[in-house]
Design a protein around this ligand. Structure first.
Ligand SMILES: *Cc1c(COP(=O)(O)O)cnc(C)c1O
Length: 369
């Protein structure tokens, strides 16, 4: 019997080696490696087109993109977000000297529960940072309506939602800005990388300054910026990956379909219902174990013992992190707390074979030999 090879929770999409090598060759001629070179410009244009957004700026990673967007908006006081996200979302708020206020999520798609949003708003609130969790679209109209009424900015953490559309409209068109992550583990990647989509031209100018130390010209430094520029090697990786992206998403779609075939209708296992009119990107395959014959942690351990890497994503909640728990009570976001104890994201990537999905499902369903 052959040893079964371990299955990791994700695996980065790679362009063919020769294609990448050929694509970076011009860098040895130009020796222009960063600072908005020609590949950076080309990727920015291509992504603006692909995501169907008015404007876009690229960054060294998604986190810096979010942090600098919040800085560019000169926010004050409190910013409402959810604790059911990756560390980056809340950290970006805190690192701007702002106070995060946690709103609960809904149990359908795990995004900010807009019915609980207004009660979180105070006279100190300046913005909302909702998260399109697992690529599920937030309740964008309701969030927009409330934000308008109270004069708040809306910055989406769209790190999971690259390429997601609703009725043909790209996800990056909602709110004042949307941050995308191009990290190696995301659907589309530039090794590390990120971007912000937005419509207001002046925001783009400011982002350009902020990611380059606030430098406006040779003798003018207007802002206390940082360094968050995407380099040319990252941009080339992005250009190569973008060519193959639709094919990669189609393969992920097959993975998700197989999981659904095997796991839907099993008592105690809950899958996310696809959203009306939304074209997904199949970035993650979350499963909720609620009343199943085994708990989430037991399933996680069983999978690990079989060499399969699932992920407790998101667990723990951000309001339970060591760095935040003293200021927050996670019981104020009960739905998020409930789901964080029951959710598992299963391995999901383009190269995952059907036979491997079956092996994962066999372990979950207790059907392995
Ligand atoms: C990946 C991710 C980020 C951060 O993006 P990086 O490119 O890794 O800096 C932020 N928010 C969420 C929800 C993410 O998944």
């Amino acid at each position: 019997m052959s040893e079964k090879k371990p299955i990791l929770v994700t695996r980065s999409s790679m362009p063919p080696y020769e294609e990448f090598i050929e694509a970076i060759r011009p860098l040895w001629e130009s020796a222009w490696l960063t600072n908005m070179g020609c590949f950076h410009q080309e990727l920015e244009a291509r992504l603006t087109e692909y995501l169907q957004v008015p404007r876009m700026k690229l960054f060294v990673n998604g986190h810096q993109a979010l942090e600098m967007t919040l800085q560019a908006m000169e926010l004050r006081g409190e910013v409402i977000t959810t604790p059911f996200s990756f560390a980056s979302t809340t950290h970006a708020i805190v690192r701007n000297g702002l106070t995060p206020v946690f709103c609960d999520i809904n149990s359908e798609d795990y995004t900010l529960d807009a019915t609980k949003l207004e009660e979180r708003i105070t006279e100190k609130t300046s913005a909302i940072v909702p998260v399109h969790v697992y690529g599920n679209l937030c309740q964008v109209e309701e969030i927009e309506r409330i934000a308008k009424k109270h004069g708040l900015k809306v910055i989406y953490d769209a790190a999971h939602a690259f390429g997601v559309k609703r009725n043909g409209v790209g996800v990056g068109n909602f709110g004042d800005a949307s941050m995308f992550s191009f990290h190696a583990t995301k659907v589309f990647h530039t090794i590390e990388g990120g971007g912000v989509a937005f419509s207001e031209e002046s925001l783009g100018t400011r982002l350009d300054y902020l990611k380059n130390f606030g430098i406006v010209d040779k003798e003018t430094v207007k802002y206390a910026g940082g360094n968050a520029k995407m380099n040319e090697f990252q941009a080339v990786m992005g250009l190569c990956n973008l060519r193959r992206l639709d094919g990669e998403i189609a393969k992920r779609k097959r993975v998700a379909a197989r999981y659904r075939e095997r796991l839907s209708g099993v008592p105690g296992i809950r899958l996310t219902r696809p959203q009306e009119g939304v074209t997904g990107n199949y970035a993650y395959f979350p499963v909720i174990f609620d009343g199943y014959s085994a708990g989430r942690d037991e399933i996680y351990d069983r999978l690990a013992a079989a060499g399969i890497g699932a992920r407790k994503y998101f667990y723990p909640l951000i309001n339970r992190y060591d760095c935040y728990r003293a200021q927050y009570d996670y019981r104020e976001t009960p739905v998020a707390a409930y789901l964080a104890d029951r959710v598992l994201t299963l391995p999901c990537y383009a190269e995952l074979e059907e036979i491997e999905v079956d092996r994962i499902c066999d372990v979950i369903l207790g059907e392995q030999e």
